[in-house]
Design a protein around this ligand. Structure first.
Ligand SMILES: [Mg+2]
Length: 188
């Protein structure tokens, strides 16, 4: 049996995909040392990297054709955008040499201050995907307010990792059980 997935998975940025505050812990301009995978440096060579399980999680979603969104209320959207553009990830999980820009994994980017209800309304308007088909990972409890729209919220403790990701998927599946059609006529 294949594992059922929501149509869209959204991630917050700070302390969800990377372990820093993009608007206060780092300073632009950002740069990258050659083609270093999963590391961008700021003005003072402070590194910015996704948590270690993030690349494979993004690959898994992409392979399954699940839409991926970033929903951040940072007050430094340009810096966040720059980090996502410069960050390189392996182009596949197969271990070959290709790379891919982190930003190219994301189908939707909603990065600006304010209530994340706005971010999700925008994602819904742009994609047409129902809120019930959206799963959201975020480290701040206050953003759970998006559940008012019907989005499934999963609180992240120490950045997104495989365990948290599975926990979110399990919660989404529990809330949206598959409709089972009973085959009444088949008994003989
Ligand atoms: Mg955060």
């Amino acid at each position: 049996m294949t594992t059922r997935l929501p149509k869209l998975v959204a991630f917050d940025l700070d302390y969800t995909l990377w372990g820093l505050w993009i608007d206060s812990d780092i300073q632009g301009p950002l740069h990258r040392d050659k083609n270093t995978i999963n590391q961008v440096l700021d003005k003072h060579n402070e590194p910015i990297s996704f948590y270690k399980h993030v690349p494979q999680i993004l690959h898994r979603l992409r392979t399954a054709e699940v839409a991926i969104a970033a929903a951040s209320r940072t007050s430094a959207p340009k810096l966040a955008h720059s980090a996502l553009t410069l960050l390189l990830l392996p182009a596949s999980n197969a271990g070959d040499n290709g790379t891919m820009k982190a930003i190219d994994f994301f189908d939707q980017l909603e990065i600006y201050p304010g209530s994340k209800i706005t971010h999700f309304r925008k994602i819904h308007q742009k994609t047409g995907i129902p809120y019930s088909e959206m799963l959201f990972f975020d480290d701040e409890h206050r953003n759970k307010e998006v559940e008012g729209l019907g989005v499934t919220f999963c609180l992240v403790r120490d950045g997104v990792d495989d365990r948290t990701f599975e926990k979110g998927l399990a919660e989404w599946r529990k809330r949206h059980p598959e409709e089972v059609t009973e085959d009444i006529g088949s008994a003989s």
